[in-house]
Design a protein around this ligand. Structure first.
Ligand code: MG
Ligand code: ZN
Length: 363
């Protein structure tokens, strides 16, 4: 009798210990990112990365990632996407027709990541080496049927879903067909607007900063470390004023080098983008709360690296097209939630991975 009682007591004790142990460990909650830096190399496929990084003298940022995936890039009406549909899908999570900005395949406007994030008080920003009204950055704050309507795209900034925008594009604010001075209007909406060509680093919670009439100069024309400085200025401001933030950084001209079938142009732009990724990774490692995702909207030029018969230690870049191609593009992720980005998926999935990790309710 006494022995049975002791056994019961022991098993009860063991049970209680298990309960206690599981209470201690708790259900393991995945860490949620407080900052997201989403880097888009426009037109940056595997051939671009392979080629440029094989000749780059500095650190290869892409090799610092452990989580790698592939994104299928088709749009709603074309196996080969353009950059409008290619970035719209990241923002609204729906495939759009080529040329569309922030609208679905029925050309209906749909709230994007920035709109959803502003409801939660997050800071949002775009940085690009194109005009800030160009297809890729535009898809994060504007909703228009055609990417060509850049005068109309810039007007979406008064909706204040994009806190900070840095890049080129003076003309779409100051030399508009309707003669409006959009910078004066944006100032009334609380933005600090700048269109200097000399670099300044203002502290502002709302900032539109354009440094060229349209796209920024090429690297070969002396753009220098603009993209790096702009990325740092945007993240510093977003962190300071909002705490949590989502920043999209675009290496816009990797694509333009591809369209020109100019390998050296493309490679110089990719070197620049690589250095921005390195700096973002260094800061993310220190911070511990930053999710870094690097991908492309599509490949440009159908670039391949062929045997160079004159020098077999190197390759001959060969372009199949002046346009985009439909090959999958790589996705690199680091930081809290990075493992979500492993695997092969449609480009739409990238949007839903962000929604899940940031606790957003999209439709
Ligand atoms: Mg672009
Ligand atoms: Zn392109």
């Amino acid at each position: 009798m006494k022995r049975i009682f002791t056994m019961k007591l022991l098993s009860l004790l063991a049970f209680l210990l298990t309960l206690n142990a599981s209470a201690w460990a708790g259900p393991k909650k995945p860490k949620k990112p407080k900052h997201v830096i989403f880097l888009i190399g426009d037109g940056m496929g595997l051939a671009q990365i392979s080629g440029a990084m094989s000749t780059y003298k500095g650190q290869n940022a892409f090799e610092r990632f452990k989580v790698i995936g592939f994104s299928k890039t088709s749009s709603a009406d074309n196996y080969v996407t353009d950059s409008g549909a290619g970035a719209t899908v990241f923002s609204i999570g729906k495939k759009a027709k080529n040329g569309a900005i922030g609208v679905d395949s029925a050309e209906k406007s749909k709230d994007g990541l920035f709109e959803l994030l502003k409801i939660k008080g997050w800071g949002t920003g775009v940085v690009a080496t194109s005009s800030i009204t160009h297809a890729t950055p535009a898809a994060f704050y504007a909703h228009v049927i055609s990417r060509k309507s850049q005068d109309e795209i810039s007007e979406f900034l008064v909706r204040k879903t994009c806190d900070i925008a840095i890049g080129g594009g003076n003309q779409f604010f100051l030399k508009r067909k309707d003669n409006r001075n959009l910078y004066n209007e944006l100032t009334e909406f609380g933005y600090l607007t700048l269109h200097d060509t000399s670099w300044v680093e203002p502290l502002a919670n709302k900032l539109i900063y354009t440094l060229a009439e349209d796209g920024m100069p090429k690297m070969s024309e002396g753009r220098g470390d603009f993209l790096l400085k702009a990325t740092k200025l945007a993240s510093r401001n977003l962190q300071h004023h909002y705490g949590n933030y989502f920043l999209m950084v675009e290496g816009s001209q990797i694509d333009w080098g591809g369209h020109d079938n100019d390998y050296e142009y493309m490679a110089a732009e990719l070197y620049d983008f690589n250095e921005v990724i390195n700096a973002v990774l260094d800061a993310a490692i220190k911070d511990g709360n930053t999710l870094v995702v690097v991908t492309a909207d599509h490949e440009t030029g159908g670039l391949s690296l062929l045997e160079n018969k004159e020098d077999k230690s190197t390759f001959k870049p060969n372009y199949a097209s002046k346009g985009h191609s439909g090959i999958m593009v790589p996705v690199f992720a680091f930081g809290p939630g990075a493992e979500e980005f492993a695997g092969i998926y449609e480009n739409t999935a990238i949007h839903y991975k962000f929604l899940k990790l940031l606790g957003l309710n999209g439709k």
